[in-house]
Write a protein that binds this ligand. Structure first.
Ligand code: FAD
Ligand code: SF4
Length: 729
């Protein structure tokens, strides 16, 4: 297909390049026939317009290096040039440092091969047919998840589901521009929604200022191309312009975090995109330092680690966990996890059903003496407060839910909070300034609207609920006479104790089994907590703490086509052969290791990189340490044994260091009693700035081997009760 973005010679070179990267086989179409070339050519004149310069440069270099037209060069020369491209050594292409241009093309190619045909690739479902993916289905029964169950459904495009996805829309709250309220919440995501709910039902007047638009969670349902972290349409309103940079140590120049997980900028925030695994922390997680020392001695705390106890106990948070679970509608199996902390209520609904993969994992885990249990999830398994039950569609984590089975702030607390008449929401309201008075008290914020005009909103209490990176950035960017180093930063603690989850999964390919992991949400998982926290004896081990191992569902083809054992190349005949065989035969054991805080890991402002408003982006300095390396090695060995029991034909592990921005990014505004070692108290009140609060994962003291959001919400609900009490006093 001709593309305005490419000259005819460049279009020819692109077609040849892609057909070499994903070649046709005896019974398989190649990239061009599947429509990947047409997809990229069109995208370069559309959503990937910004990449057209890079492509033109690449294709001209390929022609030049081929000594004529790359498309006409002998195959051996073409292969040599692609090898150089991947290695980052292709001459004349400075943008290809570390193979970045190869990565870009590879990613686009996978979208064109395996994305929904609505975007112009995957012509007549040829890519999906090659791997047996049935597309945007909504009615899988339990039998379809049995091991080796054949799926003969004709593939379905998201376009066919559009009518279903369109309704009901989220309507933009109307009314005049807000001028002030008792409490002004910056950020309308998970925390913003749940905090507002806790406040307005106690009679407090609240304004939420949300940087992104109002939208229905269904808008990006069931479309892998739109929802991937790579394109991250959800972050288009803001996050994509301010992606943090990352370096592994001080003194290095940070570069844009390459394997970045996108974050949403829209009403509902990441409560729309999340995977909805909803677990409480364990009791010991709140006293992790003292319990470790009591059992093993102080010498076992790794040098340089700033591991500390939390300034509250599990019992302080338990009632708010219960409240969060009821508001979300958490499904789970009572008593299934023997390590679970005490609870005074049953789960709101039965657990998600078990898949064949989950049952197989459970059997294998029991052989090792572990206690498998289904992960609790904020996903309705029966009708719940106006929401429908899950259809096991599998477009779940990173997607909005097409039936609102997955809880978000938007389909739970926000409508109820709006109905009180005490909540005002302003969308497209990007806050960049926190206003303080002469005494140093926070009294309001300024935001930019969609036209770039600035407005001020005053509040008795100002709450930052903008997720970890922006919470830290807003504090550091806002200075006044009394806060020369930034708000909350009198003792230099803002940005410190940053922790991000590493994801050292272990994979297994089963030549003799098909799993149909394209059915079911990520959270439909069987897990073990026997190796989490201090649930096992570390006396003879060379690390402290642990991690959760779980067999997740949701395996969608654009992402899956990038999951390869180390000996399988990323392009060519071997890639095509591996992936078309392995797509439906791959199991992943996802590991959530506990990562410790260290004095060398932090967030600050990048002196070299700015956002679209010209302000420094957040700079992450983060690396793992020996304790985590040993812990992850141990967990991977245990997970591999489970895969062996399951019958895997081939097993491989991801590297230990998987990068920054993991979706479990915490710390930076640590909570504590000690003013010199923390930024906020256990309610989120900033020590050195009256009237200002910070909530969210940034206030975490440590990162237990549990997903963070339920604890984040419980803390927000507790803070809401506290603020309301103080407002009444
Ligand atoms: C793909 C994915 C999967 C996940 N899966 C899970 C899971 O299974 N279980 C779990 O526990 N956690 C999960 N998480 C993490 C979970 O979603 C977050 O912990 C949670 O959403 C954090 O809530 P928050 O309110 O602090 O931030 P967010 O939900 O991100 O909300 C922050 C809001 O602030 C807005 N904002 C940002 N800057 C400004 C500004 N300057 N002015 C105004 N508004 C602003 C943003 O637009 C956003 O709406 C997942 C996250 C992602 C991305
Ligand atoms: S909860 Fe997840 S898997 Fe279930 S229907 Fe919604 S998006 Fe699909």
């Amino acid at each position: 297909m001709p593309s305005p973005a490419l000259a005819p010679s460049q279009a020819r070179a692109l077609a040849a390049l892609l057909d070499r990267m994903f070649p046709a086989g005896a019974n398989h179409p190649g990239a061009g026939e599947i429509g990947a070339t047409a997809y990229i050519a069109a995208a370069l004149d559309g959503p990937y317009r910004g990449d057209a310069v890079t492509y033109r440069a690449l294709l001209d270099v390929l022609d030049g290096e081929a000594g004529g037209a790359f498309a006409d060069a002998p195959q051996s020369r073409q292969l040599a040039l692609i090898t150089a491209l991947e290695a980052g050594t292709l001459p004349g292409l400075p943008a290809n440092q570390d193979g970045a241009v190869f990565d870009l093309v590879w990613r686009h190619l996978r979208e064109g091969l395996f994305g929904d045909p609505v975007h112009g690739g995957n012509r007549d479902f040829r890519g999906w047919s090659a791997i047996g993916f049935p597309g945007a289905q909504t009615g899988y029964g339990q039998a379809a998840q049995a091991l080796d169950h054949p799926i003969d459904l004709p593939p379905v495009s998201v376009a066919t589901q559009r009518a279903r996805l369109a309704s009901p829309p989220w309507t933009q709250p109307g009314g005049p521009r807000p001028l002030g309220a008792d409490v002004v919440i910056v950020g309308g995501g998970a925390v913003g929604g749940f905090l507002a709910h806790a406040l307005v039902r106690r009679g407090v007047r609240v304004v939420i200022l949300e940087a992104g638009p109002a939208r229905s969670g269904r808008e990006r349902a069931m479309d892998e191309v739109l929802s991937t972290a790579f394109r991250n349409e959800g972050g288009a309103a803001k996050f994509n312009q301010e992606i943090p940079t990352w370096r592994t140590g001080a003194g290095m120049r940070a570069t844009r975090a390459r394997r970045s997980q996108g974050l949403e900028t829209a009403l509902g925030g990441n409560s729309v995109a999340w995977g909805a695994v909803a677990m409480r922390f364990y009791e010991q997680d709140f006293r992790v330092r003292s319990a470790t020392i009591a059992r093993y001695g102080e010498g076992r705390i790794p040098a340089g680690s700033t591991l500390a106890d939390w300034p509250l106990a599990y019992a302080d948070l338990a009632p708010f966990y219960t409240e969060a679970e009821q508001l979300l509608g958490v499904s789970g199996q009572d008593g299934a996890n023997p390590f679970e902390p005490p609870r005074d209520t049953a789960y709101a609904m039965p657990a998600l059903r078990s898949s064949g993969l989950g049952l197989l994992f459970g059997q294998a885990a029991r052989k090792e003496g572990y206690h498998p249990f289904p992960l609790p999830a904020a996903i309705a398994t029966t009708a719940y407060r106006g929401r429908s039950a899950c259809t096991y569609c599998s477009f779940c984590s990173r997607f909005g839910c097409h039936v609102d089975a997955k809880a978000s702030a938007q389909n739970t607390v926000l409508p109820e909070a709006m109905a009180t008449g005490r909540l005002r929401i302003a969308t497209n309201a990007r806050v960049d300034q926190i206003v303080t008075d002469e005494s140093g008290r926070a009294v309001g914020v300024c935001y930019r609207d969609a036209d770039g005009d600035t407005h001020m909103v005053q509040g008795g209490t100002i709450v930052l609920a903008t997720n970890t990176f922006e919470n830290v950035r807003l504090l550091l960017l806002n200075k006044d006479r009394r806060h020369a180093r930034g708000l909350g930063n009198e003792t230099g603690q803002v940005g410190r104790h940053y922790i991000t989850r590493q994801q050292p999964s272990v994979y297994g390919v089963f030549d003799e089994l098909r799993f149909n992991r394209f059915i079911g949400p990520t959270a439909q998982a069987m897990a073990i907590a026997d190796l989490s926290s201090d649930h096992f004896d570390h006396s003879q081990l060379d690390f402290i703490l642990g991690g959760r191992v779980a067999a997740f569902n949701q395996y969608l083809p654009v992402e899956a086509s990038g999951v390869l054992p180390p000996d399988v190349p990323r392009w060519g005949e071997a890639w095509r052969a591996f992936f078309t065989h392995a797509y439906n035969r791959t199991a992943m054991l996802f590991i959530d290791p506990e990562i410790l805080p260290y004095d060398t890991n932090a967030i600050d402002l990048d002196p070299d990189t700015v956002d679209d408003l010209g302000r420094p982006v957040a700079r992450i300095t983060f690396d793992i340490h020996d304790n985590e390396r040993r812990l992850m090695g141990y967990l991977q060995t245990r997970a591999a044994r489970i895969l062996e029991h399951m019958g895997a034909s081939r097993i491989w592990c991801r590297p230990h260091l998987t990068g920054a921005i993991s979706t479990h990014d915490v710390g930076g505004t640590r909570m504590g009693v000690d003013v010199a070692g923390s930024v906020v108290d256990s309610f989120g009140q900033v020590h050195d700035t009256p009237g200002l609060m910070v909530l969210g994962g940034s206030t975490f003291v440590s990162l237990p081997a549990v997903n963070p959001a339920l604890s984040i919400l419980a803390l927000a609900l507790r803070a809401g009760a506290h603020i309301a009490g103080a407002s009444r006093a």
